[in-house]
Design a protein around this ligand. Structure first.
Ligand SMILES: [Zn+2]
Length: 204
């Protein structure tokens, strides 16, 4: 692993995110302690200006994890582990617009590392996911199939879930926090939340 030792306030830091990540997991794997001092990681994880991250500023969690994965993927791209993030965290969904008149179906495949789930007015995650599956009506949609203005259905299907799903909750209400959470792909399977029509884009 490449090292990039840098000095900051009379201390030597290894300015390599992968090295710092390995240090964390290595430490936690071999210690009885339940905490790790992440100072070196924070220093090696740079902000948009290339400066060490200011840990006193709160970030949007979804933005953080997206950027963090981008950085890790960038670090891994020339190694045998270049698909690590994709293999563990990347899922695919299909956004569909369906015409009720002619059945025309416009499908767009998207990939994600965090699954966004609306929770306002929902009693649990199952309900929220089912709502996504049912979709909503888009009025006066100009159908490319029959060339008519129709009330089309817009819905999102999960075409491939990752081994580890990171769920991003929108506007988490107190009622929702009391509900059981969905933690695994196996539980997702039980929701019948799948489609066989769209296929996720193949790796190149
Ligand atoms: Zn149509």
């Amino acid at each position: 692993m490449p090292t990039n030792m840098q000095e900051h306030k009379d201390k030597q830091y290894n300015d390599n995110l992968l090295y710092q990540l390995q240090s964390i997991f290595g430490f936690l794997d071999n210690t009885a302690r339940q905490a790790y001092d992440p100072t070196d990681l924070v220093w090696s994880y740079k902000d948009y200006d290339g400066k060490p991250t200011n840990s006193g500023i709160q970030m949007d969690a979804q933005e953080f994890v997206g950027r963090f994965f981008d950085k890790v993927e960038e670090s891994l791209k020339d190694t045998s582990q270049k698909y690590l993030i994709e293999d563990i965290f990347k899922g695919y969904s299909a956004s569909q617009l369906i015409c009720p008149s002619c059945g025309f179906n416009k499908t767009t495949i998207e990939n994600w590392t965090t699954l966004q789930v609306e929770v306002d007015g929902m009693s649990n995650m199952h309900e929220s996911l089912r709502k996504q599956l049912r979709g909503s009506i888009i009025s006066e949609y100009n159908c490319q199939g029959c060339k008519k203005s129709v009330d089309a259905t817009k819905r999102t299907l999960l075409t491939k879930t990752p081994n580890v799903i990171i769920v991003h909750l929108h506007a988490c209400s107190s009622a929702w926090r009391r509900s059981p959470t969905l933690r695994s792909t196996q539980a997702m399977n039980s929701l019948n939340f799948w489609t066989s029509t769209p296929t996720a884009s193949k790796r190149t």
